[in-house]
Design a protein around this ligand. Structure first.
Ligand SMILES: *Cc1c(COP(=O)(O)O)cnc(C)c1O
Length: 384
């Protein structure tokens, strides 16, 4: 199996390995497993937190899609991230992280991990030189998101991987925005990929899950131990649903990108729009890097309205098809204003310095018909 969609449909699922020849992998709800004898009590499946056949199938599929040797599934993206840190770092260790990380990741670093003596330095990782400069003898991990949220900034993963390997640090890449369909960080030298599978991987805004992919068996063993020891695992029903979603990942991502590209171009030529940020546009400052390390640009775009915050609020409240809601990556288009919603907790000065202006609007472009989305955007822009 080599093709992405062939793997998405078949990896982890083999009818020959099921009791009745099920073409679709069964959902195993039992939390415990009968044993023939005490001598065999610890063999095979023992308890569902440790391992479960449905989760195992999901993990095989997740690994196949990132072209990884191993994958582990978690109950949310943050559960995956917390387990990575708990498994691999200890008191006194230092992380160098992109300053434009998902807010929940920053909260995990600053409010939770800091209490256990783990320190973080944030840098503008668009320039990998800034990562290098922030290294200390205690640096054990470099943590990136590329593209970031909501400004869609990129880091050269290869360059970051070289810095990490010289420093003896793990390079972790949060691949939530690109998905393995458009970007595979492990192939570019990253050590660990994390995902909020709640977003594109599940793709239907109806389940929370997370994933970690690695190639090193040593790192995998540590993560596997902590997956069980910490216990933030996804339930069997959600594991099944996520597996079902992954089968159409390529189809959905193609359509997300198709719509996003057309909407980005439409907005770019609109008199009420100041600027559009989308890695697929030639006007994106890192477009050439995007072309080099990604095979597509996904469905996330941000843009700024000329009328500032007032116009942004009128715009999002006038939309009829595109829903005003946080989160992203689902089949339905979603819109939000980062300065007032997802990024409201960042002090205004810091926000503006980064480029998250009051009038910035973030769109998670869904798979609806393009004409309907553009018509919706047009009628809402008229009301700004
Ligand atoms: C949503 C998100 C997370 C957190 O994932 P949850 O599934 O909500 O816990 C982490 N990283 C990125 C980039 C995200 O968008």
């Amino acid at each position: 199996m080599r093709g992405f969609t062939t793997k998405a449909v078949h990896a982890g699922e083999d009818p020959r390995e099921t009791l009745h020849g099920d073409v679709v992998h069964p959902i195993h709800l039992s939390v415990t497993y009968w044993k023939r004898s005490v001598a065999e009590a610890e063999e095979g499946y023992v308890y569902s937190r440790t391992s479960n056949p449905t989760r195992d199938a999901l993990e095989k599929k997740l690994a196949a899609l990132e072209n990884a040797r191993y994958a582990l599934a978690f109950s949310s993206g943050l559960a995956a991230e917390a387990t990575v840190i708990l498994a691999l770092l200890r008191e006194g260790d230092h992380i160098v992280a992109f300053d434009d990380l998902y807010g929940g990741t920053k909260r995990l670093f600053q409010r939770v991990m800091a209490r256990f003596g783990i320190k973080v330095t944030y840098v503008d990782a668009r320039d990998p030189g800034n990562i290098e400069k922030a290294l200390t003898p205690a640096t054990r991990m470099i943590w990136l998101e590329t593209p970031t949220n909501p400004l869609l900034k990129l880091t050269d993963i290869r360059a970051a991987a070289e810095i990490a390997s010289r420093a003896g640090a793990y390079l972790v890449v949060d691949n939530t925005f690109a998905t393995p369909y458009f970007q595979r960080p492990l192939e570019l030298g990253a050590d660990i990929v994390v995902h909020s599978a709640t977003k594109y991987l599940s793709g239907h805004s109806d389940l929370l899950a997370g994933a970690v992919m690695v190639n090193s068996s040593e790192v995998y063993e540590k993560l596997k131990y902590h997956q069980n020891a910490v216990g933030a695992v996804p339930p069997p029903l959600d594991s099944y649903l996520l597996m079902r979603s992954l089968k159409t990942l390529a189809l959905r991502m193609e359509w997300h990108q198709h719509n996003a590209m057309k909407i980005a171009e439409h907005l770019e030529s609109h008199p009420k729009v100041d600027r559009v940020i989308y890695p697929g546009l030639s006007t994106h400052p890192q477009h050439s890097l995007a072309k080099r390390q990604m095979t597509g640009y996904s469905g996330m775009l941000s843009f700024e309205l000329k009328g500032g915050a007032g116009a942004a609020v009128r715009f999002v409240e006038s939309l009829r098809i595109i829903a005003l809601a946080e989160s992203l990556g689902g089949v339905e288009s979603l819109v939000e204003i980062p300065s007032l919603m997802t990024h409201a907790s960042i002090p205004r000065e810091e926000r503006l310095k980064k480029g998250i202006t009051d009038g910035l609007v973030r769109l998670s472009v869904g798979i609806e018909d393009l004409e309907d989305l553009i018509e919706d955007i047009e009628q809402a822009l008229k009301k700004t």
